[in-house]
Design a protein around this ligand. Structure first.
Ligand code: NDP
Length: 523
């Protein structure tokens, strides 16, 4: 493998990576071809386990490619995984936090050293471009490092408190809860599974990880890499299977102390209600978005077009942070639309394993059908500015490829303007003022990310102060609304986008996996 030491790709990387990075990715992708189609177990208490049913994980780039065969875990296997995590909790929670951190920091190093393998696997499994996939793997490693650092900076969350009497001493300690269920989505199959699991593990909890059925292979590889770092048996358990089947058991089991979920609002809310039906338990939801970007009359339009195109169409709009609405000042709308169109039609669409591809396939057949419906309704009720085709022909016929679309002329209450679509589909609205743009931006049940393009700092300040989103950016060419990084851009969903009020990637994340105990001793 060529040397790539010291090189790091993030979602905000704009420069072309060095040749060695391409070669390392291509070497990993070639090696992966030889390992496709294998059958993988689930892991319970450090032991492999097989189910009665197996499902195939196929690539969205080419449905003929079977990435792997995975177990459809049964309810009794889910119960067994919870049991294993429950048994492992006592010992793991008593491991001094410094030792836990040493293991998890080794896991972070292992993820970094396997980043090309993980990235190639994600490209194949969910259709990420190589840069997006490398950033996903890098983010996973940095999430682990950042969460370890949080524990260290807080000295294990153990601090002296005040006194009411001279002979009284009180300490305040944050202690782990027990077993956490981690349910992850398909779109950041390594970073999000790693990040949520790491938050729980760093704090001394044990974990049952249930990844999305569209991405069991990436999470499986992650599991192997993390366990190799020295996690004791049962501390991390891996369950592939259907969310609506095995997920139900995980959510209902009373031995589970907490649940952390990233995914759609619909599924998240259903889990939330069921999880707390008979007693309160922490249940953290990171949900969808309908993220706006604002382009004012004082914007650098080149920068704005680049930032919006990257955020709206990168990874086919399949990011919770994807830009899906843009409000442009009417005076610059024509020029902006033209710049955006130029960029969008120039995007290279194709097999994401190939170096020139910016945009791979959307995740599945259902996503293509939904895209067709969105385009048809936009054509009927508004105007298509560009894109909106489903691609066929030699290179595309076995996968799910579409051309990124932008539409305009829809009423603000149209479902295409309100609902999260999770597709390369951008709505563009024209406005007469920044105030109107902010008003429309905030007229959404979601509040995840938002961006503005304006060279006027007063306008930028007005935006920061009035926008109802947890993650905000101004003048970001590398992504109008996307590209958050651990320790740099805390990622907190407001309104229907999340329940925590303290985001992933932010300084308060780990403490949410701990509960407080004050210890008062009279001497
Ligand atoms: P889904 O909500 O469809 O699925 C998420 C996870 O929930 C999967 O593992 C799924 O399993 C599981 N699941 C489904 N039904 C149940 C159930 N009844 N009980 C328990 N678990 C269940 O989301 P996607 O995977 O399609 O991911 C896209 C969504 O994730 C978008 O809405 C996006 O905005 C959001 N997201 C939010 C982020 C944030 O930080 N706010 C970041 C990334 C994504 P299975 O696949 O087997 O059905």
């Amino acid at each position: 493998m060529p040397s790539t030491k010291g090189f790091k790709i993030t979602y905000a990387t704009l420069a072309a990576p060095a040749e060695e990075v391409h070669l390392a990715f291509e070497t990993a992708a070639n090696e992966l071809q030889g390992a496709l189609g294998q059958t993988h177990p689930i892991w319970i208490g450090g032991e492999p386990s097989l189910s009665e049913e197996v499902f195939e994980d196929r690539s969205p780039t080419d449905r003929r490619l079977v990435v792997g065969r995975f177990q459809r875990a049964s309810a009794s296997q889910a119960e067994a995984a919870i049991g294993a995590a429950h048994r492992a909790f006592g010992e793991w929670s008593r491991v001094p936090w410094q030792e836990r951190l040493a293991i998890l920091r080794t896991a972070a190093e292992n993820i970094s050293s396997h980043r090309f393998e993980l990235a190639a696997l994600m490209s194949l499994e969910v259709g990420k471009s190589r840069f997006e996939a490398l950033a996903d793997a890098e983010e996973a490693a940095d999430l682990l490092r950042y969460y370890c650092q949080q524990m260290e900076d807080a000295a294990g969350f153990d601090r002296p408190m005040g006194q009411l009497a001279p002979n009284e001493k009180t300490r305040d300690i944050l202690r782990p809860y027990g077993v956490w269920v981690v349910i992850s989505p398909f779109n950041f199959p390594v970073a999000l599974a790693a990040g949520m699991a790491a938050g729980a593990l760093v704090a001394g909890n044990t974990v049952v990880l249930k990844p999305a059925s569209e991405a069991p292979a990436s999470a499986f590889k992650l599991y192997e890499i993390m366990v190799e770092a020295g996690l004791p048996a049962g501390v991390l358990n891996y369950l592939s299977g259907s969310g609506s089947e095995v997920g139900r058991t995980l959510v209902q089991d009373s031995r589970v102390s907490g649940l952390v979920f990233t995914g759609s609002k619909e599924v998240g809310m259903e889990i939330f209600r069921r999880f707390n039906h008979d007693r309160p338990r922490p249940c953290y939801l990171e949900l969808g978005g309908k993220n706006p970007a604002i382009v004012t009359a004082k914007a650098d339009l080149e920068k704005a077009a680049e930032g919006v195109a990257r955020s709206a169409f990168g990874f086919g709009g399949q990011k919770c942070s994807a830009c899906s609405r843009v409000y442009v000042d009417r005076s610059v709308a024509t020029a902006f639309k033209e710049l955006l169109r130029e960029r969008a039609v120039a995007l290279a669409i194709g097999d994401p394993l190939r170096r020139e591809s910016f945009l791979g396939p959307v995740i599945n057949e259902a996503a293509v059908r939904k895209f067709e419906r969105c385009v048809a309704e936009a054509r009927r009720d508004g105007e298509i500015l560009f894109g909106g085709d489903v691609l066929g022909g030699e290179e595309y016929e076995h996968g799910f490829f579409v051309t990124p679309a932008a539409v305009t002329g829809l009423p603000e209450d149209h479902w295409l303007v309100r609902q999260e679509l999770f597709l390369p589909f951008l709505y563009l609205g024209e406005v007469d003022s920044l105030e109107r743009a902010i008003e429309f931006s905030n007229r959404s049940e979601y509040g995840l990310t938002a961006g503005i393009f304006s060279e006027d700092l007063q306008e930028v300040e007005t935006f920061f102060d009035s926008i109802e989103s947890g993650v905000t950016y101004a003048n970001r060419r590398s992504g109008a609304t996307t590209g958050a990084w651990p320790g740099v851009n805390p990622f907190c969903g407001w309104k229907s986008s999340g329940s925590t009020g303290k985001g992933v990637c932010g300084p308060y994340y780990v403490s949410q996996f701990l509960r407080e105990q004050s210890r008062t001793l009279m001497e």
